[in-house]
Design a protein around this ligand. Structure first.
Ligand SMILES: Nc1ncnc2c1ncn2[C@@H]1O[C@H](COP(=O)(O)OP(=O)(O)OP(=O)(O)O)[C@@H](O)[C@H]1O
Length: 657
């Protein structure tokens, strides 16, 4: 089975390229999809508004009756009460209608936002990496608001305007078909010109919305690295970039307003020109006796009456253009590929806590079977036939130079990305066959930069295990050496940690991330070690915690410290996307030149204190190991994707450690 729910994509992913406009039919369908669930409410709102306005028509009659009685002996109290009641009733009905329409408009926005939010948080990681999150956010917050008018007011305007237009045209036709022909000729001519302007409104609106997306993106970038921004003295440059985007939004907004005002003024123009044409031709027809003067006068009155429905039709059309610009951006975001995170067994809330679990208990096993992988088709391979086998429990350390592909191993186990070739197995089962929620419920993951979310410390801890009890929280706080920190805080666990945990130290953030992962009670713990976040005391303490956890749980660590690797039951040495050796520290330090070099330089540089490691064997050019348990694994390097996109499939042995 596959958890991805791909949808055919006709437009580029949000934020990567200039979004295309949707074809007219698709625009219509997408807008109708948002309007459809609310059509009853829109009809009711429109009906009440019309009734409300209609009561207004009765008021002059009531007023006349009032005036007639002023001179006589009849009491005017009754008619005054009636008049007042009519005014109040009419206003009440009209305002209820307007309220229903506005409420429906808000419901349309809410539904669109819900759909988008539901999808955005389930997007595939690769999709998010290809997009600009700020721009995606603006689609939820800003573009959805543009659906308000088009799905409610403009439908009402189009319907009422259309009806009145047809009725007036029929009346004019009954008066004089020739003059009607003249009127329609002028309207069609000017309407044709206006229809050329309409797409310009949509284009300008879309560009303005893109610029709003750019503002969000730029602000998100600045706040995401706020300290760096200040330390780099980049406030002015970043403000200038955001202001430029704001200026761009203004420019396109003004352009859209310009075309909208052209469309609006064309209504007046159409009527004025029609008036002159009707006056000229109508005058001639009166002179020739074809029609009477009164017919001409009545026809001209109808002509002016036409202004209102035509205005409403133009308003509906221009709102449709604005809506079509927004819907194009919304549909584009809806088409990004999502994960299917259906929940069974451990994936449920109870399952995540171990109850009702369909997955086996105890430590999970992990195996990579000839895995090839690249992040995108246009990027080089990161894994070239990676093969290893980790039976649980115990601690396995992944070491290797920067960029060797160690963190990528974790991304593939979590199934953040799909392998290009080969298989990733957890408990002997291909991760593609696991329900995604169950797979992830099995795993606790501590990222290298240990992200902490805005909110309280408690919220952060409960993030991965929302049903954990207070005693479980206390236990992990002690294990992660956070208990003293929490005691020091004035509000303890309810202390707000700031945006991205900015009120915590780097070491505290990392311990929060570890506590969060432990609270999840994982069967497999993935720990991407930070290079230098912890002081020596806490590092040693956490080393003991991880060692203790690894007695029952499978722990995979991307290791940057000698203290970690010396403790590991097995070490996987990675280099340039391949596993070049596996073994213990003592074995590898003599058997694998690259490992020896790493132990001598990188690890020792970050070691917390004196170690008992055996002397490393430095080597400038690492050679495959010649003895010990270190084993060269992996299949040949996949060919260059540019010249041959197919990865190699030649089988290799699975190394059992
Ligand atoms: N999301 C991504 N998109 C594209 N390329 C990526 C992505 N993440 C990593 N890479 C590339 O993949 C390669 C392997 O990265 P990875 O993070 O797995 O290395 P690593 O061995 O963990 O390095 P380090 O020890 O520095 O953390 C690198 O060349 C990196 O630039």
């Amino acid at each position: 089975m596959t958890d991805a729910a791909p949808t055919p994509r006709t437009t580029s992913p949000a934020g990567t390229e200039k979004p295309e406009r949707l074809p007219a039919k698709e625009t219509w369908r997408a807008l109708y999809r948002h309007f459809r669930p609310h059509r009853g409410a829109v009809a009711l709102g429109a009906f009440l508004t019309l009734i409300g306005s209609a009561t207004g028509l009765a008021q002059p009659l009531a007023a006349k009756s009032l005036v007639d009685r002023l001179g006589g002996d009849d009491s005017i109290a009754g008619i005054l009460i009636l008049l007042t009641a009519l005014v109040v009733l009419g206003t009440a009905i009209e305002s209820v209608g307007a309220y229903i329409l506005e409420r429906t408009a808000e419901s349309v926005v809410l539904a669109a936002r819900r759909t988008l939010i539901g999808r955005l948080l389930r997007l595939r990681l690769g999709e998010v990496e290809r997009t600009q999150p700020g721009d995606l956010m603006s689609r939820v917050t800003s573009d959805t608001t543009l659906l308000r008018a088009v799905t409610t007011q403009s439908v009402v305007s189009a319907a009422s305007g259309g009806l009145t237009f047809v009725a007036t045209i029929v009346m004019m036709g009954l008066m004089d078909p020739v003059l009607l022909g003249v009127t329609l000729g002028v309207i069609v001519l000017i309407g044709g010109a206006v229809s050329l302007v309409m797409p310009k409104i949509a284009r300008a609106t879309q560009r303005a919305q893109e610029a709003v997306g750019t503002i969000s993106t730029a602000l998100e970038r600045a706040f995401g690295a706020f300290r760096t921004l200040k330390a780099s003295g980049a406030e002015q440059r970043e403000s200038a970039a955001v202001e430029a985007a704001a200026q761009e939004a203004w420019r396109h907004g003004v352009r859209s307003a310009k075309w909208q005002s052209v469309a609006w003024s064309s209504v007046g123009l159409a009527v004025q020109v029609s008036f002159l044409a009707v006056l000229g031709i109508g005058g001639a027809r009166v002179a020739s006796g074809a029609i009477s003067v009164s017919t001409l006068v009545a026809f001209l009155l109808f002509l002016f009456y036409l202004i209102d429905p035509v205005s409403r039709l133009v308003e509906a059309a221009s709102q449709y253009q604005v809506g079509s610009a927004a819907i194009a951006r919304i549909v584009q975001a809806e088409r990004l590929e999502t994960e299917r995170t259906e929940r069974t067994g451990r994936g449920t809330a109870e399952g995540a806590r171990g109850a009702a679990s369909t997955a086996p208990d105890g430590a999970a096993s992990v195996a990579f079977d000839d895995v090839t992988f690249r992040y995108r088709d246009d990027l080089p391979y990161v894994h070239h036939g990676v093969t290893f086998d980790v039976p649980g429990p115990g601690m396995t350390a992944f070491v290797g130079p920067s960029g060797a592909g160690k963190t990528t191993v974790f991304g593939l186990i979590e199934r953040f990305y799909e392998v290009t070739g080969g298989r990733v197995l957890v408990d002997g089962k291909d991760v593609r066959e696991w329900p995604l929620a169950d797979l992830r419920a099995t795993i606790g993951y501590v990222e290298q930069d240990a992200p902490v979310l805005a909110g309280t410390l408690r919220e952060n801890l409960l993030f991965a295990a929302p049903h954990a009890t207070d005693s479980e929280i206390r236990e992990v706080l002690v294990r992660a050496r956070l208990d003293a920190v929490v005691e020091r805080l004035p509000e303890g666990l309810d202390t707000v940690v700031g945006h991205r945990g900015s009120k915590l130290s780097g070491g505290e953030r990392q311990r929060v991330a570890i506590a969060r992962a432990l609270l999840r009670k994982p069967r497999l713990l993935l720990l991407d070690e930070a290079t230098s976040q912890l002081d020596a005391v806490n590092e040693l303490a956490l080393r003991d915690v991880v060692a203790e956890v690894s007695r029952e749980v499978t722990v995979l660590v991307v290791a940057h410290r000698l203290s970690t690797v010396t403790l590991a039951d097995r070490i996987v040495v990675m280099d340039a996307g391949r596993v070049r050796a596996v073994g213990t520290h003592a074995e590898l330090v003599t058997a694998d030149p690259l490992y020896g070099e790493l132990a001598a330089t990188q690890f020792l540089a970050t070691a917390p204190g004196p170690t008992t490691s055996t002397a490393p064997v430095p080597s400038a050019s690492p050679e495959p190991p010649t003895g010990g348990v270190a084993v060269q694994t992996g299949s040949p390097t996949p060919p260059d994707p540019q010249t041959s996109p197919a990865p190699p499939t030649s089988p290799t042995s699975v190394e059992s450690i």
